[in-house]
Design a protein around this ligand. Structure first.
Ligand code: ADE
Length: 408
């Protein structure tokens, strides 16, 4: 029997996602998601497919749409359509969706009237609150995966408009310490290398933003022999970057001598007209942030352009050419394969746990952390899957750590 490319990708991912498997088996046995309608907006690639299948096998009715028009791996919706889950998983996603198609798919995922939503970037929650009053009241809660989405949710809650509880998956230790740092670090370079085939060693690179994602990117660039400058707006993070051994400089200054600029800030207009006008000939621009507004693509588009390579557009500025990867959309998924499988195993184990937590608890509208025991549980499962063990405190050590009256 021939196995499709999508099925191969799914089974490769599944084998490397033992933590999600264990948690999925537990959720299935406990039955907490049986019959629950879950609408998901996630990057529709192999690891996400494994999450969707896990939830469907646990008895949920899952509708999956993408959270980005460029990030779908077209092999995956095809493979998921023929998965043996008795019709409880439906997918609507394709690579290179128009804006209308993107929102049509998100709306379709909501048409089932979800009890739980799983979001990456906040678009599904925004849609629910702005256009889908018909289904918003039925939502018991949801989970948000990424920094950008959490920023939006907190703004909604502050304004008093968030109508249901959302679990903050991003701030789980087992998420941002690994996904944002090692995941983004590796997958961003993966996307840049796949689309340019250029040598990172000796390249002068600027990383904009020194949050967990920027840290991971800068660390991996350094490991590949690149010369890295960090651009920051937060003085504490800037000091951290200096202490980690990087140059720190304002963007406009750093940009003028750089070969590659990568944005990972979560903010708009980071590479703006003033920066673009200073770029040197041949500079490559890539974005690793969730939205495509970190580089001012509209300003680049005012110039003549041509397709330099698949996914690489050249812009003819005054006496110089600069190159933009993946239309300024997140390069690790648009041009690469997304985060490594073992990293998404952790993030999606937390997403599945978050969905279960919503199903089992009645929470107020707002942004809620996952209990630290769940983070710990995921860490222990991960350690076990890596064949590692750790020490346990003795009762005397526990007593000591809880006391205050013992001197030297
Ligand atoms: N694969 C699926 N979701 C992803 C995400 N948020 N980041 C990177 N790779 C992913």
């Amino acid at each position: 029997m021939s196995v499709s490319r999508g099925e191969q990708k799914l089974s490769w991912a599944r084998v490397h996602m033992p933590v999600l498997k264990e948690l999925g088996d537990r959720i299935r046995t406990q039955g907490s998601l049986r019959g629950v309608r879950i609408s998901m907006a996630l990057h529709t690639e192999a690891k996400t497919g494994v999450l969707a299948l896990t939830l469907a096998r646990a008895g949920a009715h899952v509708r999956l749409a993408s959270c980005n028009p460029l990030s779908t791996d077209d092999d995956i919706p095809v493979a998921l359509a023929s998965a043996d889950v008795e019709g409880s998983l439906q997918v609507r996603a394709r690579k290179d969706q128009s804006r209308d198609e993107y929102y049509e798919a998100l709306n379709w995922s909501l048409d089932q009237g979800p009890g739980i939503v799983i979001d990456d970037g906040g678009d599904i929650v925004r849609l629910l609150h702005t256009q889908r009053e018909d289904v918003v009241e039925g939502v018991n809660g949801g989970c948000e995966e990424t920094t950008t989405g959490i920023v939006r949710l907190r703004a909604m809650h502050k304004q008093g408009v968030l109508k249901f509880p959302m679990i903050d998956i991003n701030d789980c230790m087992m998420k941002h310490l690994f996904d944002n740092r090692y995941g983004t670090g590796q997958s961003t370079l993966d996307g840049i290398m796949a689309s340019t085939n250029l040598c990172l060693a000796s390249m002068r690179c600027v990383v904009a933003g020194y949050g967990w994602c920027g840290k991971g990117i800068a660390m991996r660039l350094k490991g590949m022999g690149a010369r890295v400058t960090v651009a920051e707006v937060d003085p504490v993070k800037a000091v951290e970057a200096l202490m980690d051994g990087f140059e720190v400089s304002p963007m406009e200054k750093a940009a003028s001598g750089s070969d590659l600029i990568i944005t990972a800030t979560g903010c708009k207009d980071v590479v703006h007209k003033g920066v673009i006008d200073r770029l040197k000939n041949g500079c490559v621009l890539a974005n690793a942030g969730h939205f495509d507004n970190e580089i001012q693509v509209t300003y680049l588009e005012d110039h003549p352009s041509y397709n330099a390579r698949p996914g690489v557009k050249g812009y003819e500025l005054k006496e110089r050419e600069v190159f933009l990867l993946s239309q300024g959309r997140l390069v690790n998924l648009a041009a690469g394969q997304g985060h490594p499988v073992e990293i998404m195993d952790l993030s999606f184990a937390l997403q599945a746990s978050g969905a279960q937590y919503i199903a089992l608890n009645s929470l107020e509208p707002g942004v809620h952390p996952l209990p630290p025991e769940i983070d710990r549980d995921v860490a222990l499962l991960k350690l076990g899957s890596m064949g590692s063990r750790i020490d346990t405190l003795t009762p005397e050590q526990v007593r000591y750590l809880n006391s205050w009256d013992e001197g030297t």
